[in-house]
Design a binder for this molecule. Sequence first.
Ligand code: GLC
Length: 564
Amino acid sequence: MAVEEIWWKEGIVYQIYPRSFKDTSGNGIGDLRGIIEKLDYISSLGVDIIWLNPIYDSPNDDNGYDIRDYRKIMSEFGTMEDFDELLAGMKSRNLRLVMDLVVNHCSDEHKWFQESRKSRENPYRDYFHWWPAEKGTPPKRWSYFDVEENAWQYDEKTDAYYLHYFAVKQPDLKWENPKVRQEVYDMMHFWFKKGVDGFRMDVIPFISKDTTYPEIDAQEPHEFISYYANGPKVHEYLNELNREVISKYDAFTVGEGPGIAREDALDFVHEDRKEMDMFFHFDLMSLDRAPGEVFKMRQGGWKLTEFKKIFNDWDTAFAKAGWGSLFLANHDFPRSVSRWGNDSPEHWHNSATLLQTFLLTMRGTPYFYQGDEIGMTNVKFTDIEDYRDINTINRYETVKQRGGDLNAFMESEQHAARENARTPMQWDDTINAGFTNSEPWIKLNPDYKDGVNVKSQEKDKYSILNYFRKITELRKKNKVLVYGDYHCIYPEHDKVYAYTRTLEAERFLILLNFSDEIERFTLPVNITYNRKIKLISNDKILDDKTFKEFALRPWQAVVYKLEH
Ligand code: GLC
């Protein structure tokens, strides 16, 4: 069956973390008018779709992932009028908008929860998961942001525990109650009627729970996560959500998919199942983490052969049905150039552009995170006082309470912390990098003074920013880069990642040197061609005169078109 061609497969996504994008109101927090101000810039990047992290009313215990009112704009970010203007500004530039859908949980300040906790008879009681205390202590559930890692919180008022897979202030919604599902669908219609083009669905596989809350056989966080992601009715609910809402619009959904195993991938995204269109798997994001752990770094780093295997396996999973999403970073993970490249001054430019080349020449929809286009790097805070993220702060407290090694924790956070990605966008080299004219909500990465900013890169023809524009254009002009078959050459090579993309008679060759040294590389005999045309490279070609042999500079990326 031929792959169906559709706009969200061809689109390039740019993710905006509004809190850190651009402040215009002078409160030190990014806002919607800041995004409006930068729409021409975003459009100049050659991206097509914007994914906005949550912008809804929230007490910000988890930066907007704890929603108090799904139909209201967070006051720090602006008003509904600002939103309407933003959306109109996007439409006039042919930019599509994807919103964040956070419905596994809401804020404990949401009206539903305020009511629910009042009495056991309250009409909203059954909107959440409650365990009456007379039944004893509920069976263990692990929680992401709880200091005691305990997902059950005792609530005195009604002498019962409520479930929260994330922070204490993020109670899980009870999807088993049809009224909850209807509320969610109505809210989605509200946003679709305004003209949004889709949703990124936060921890969506966690929505279905076994409401007997049995003992589960899990010790480590990742075992709990795979249990959470495989609730008894997850497919039924996704299917219903698709039928009731998504199918009525020209829209797409991308799920955040922690805990979804590759073997089960098509159950979520096969076209015939009508659930969601794509999802973010977590295999790559776990590659440099300690075994079984979600946040702790592993010793010894990662290997390119492992990295390739992840992409090879997932490409195979979606080669005939479904569709993949590609990302190297987002607001929950460290910066891509610091994590998968080399952010030292010597290799920063090439490795940042190599990673851009990689995402834009693979099969699947590519997602870039704000700042990737200028090679923003990890801030590596050394002082716990610099962190704002509940995840880092509460885990610090856990380690402290358990008498653990706080130095080791802080060291690991320098590489793993979510806030490496959340420091403000670097627009220029003036104070606060042009992000705000007052005190920013979080410290900036001081490297904005050293060329890691938009303004100085605008002026430089060879900057990371201007390379990004060229390579987005290359992808847009060549459907082979979107739909072409992917074939990895030498999966066992531990320095060079080389592959072809082929669509009918057209074939592209992509060579990426993931190392700090010059690498010589010989193509296998079965890759034949008469003539090659270099389409783009992030550095001067060292040697590609013969048909089979290539020399690549450190972190060099080259794309050729092969002709017969
Ligand atoms: C997702 C979000 C993350 C948030 C969590 C809880 O993982 O990406 O930022 O903290 O869900 O909503």
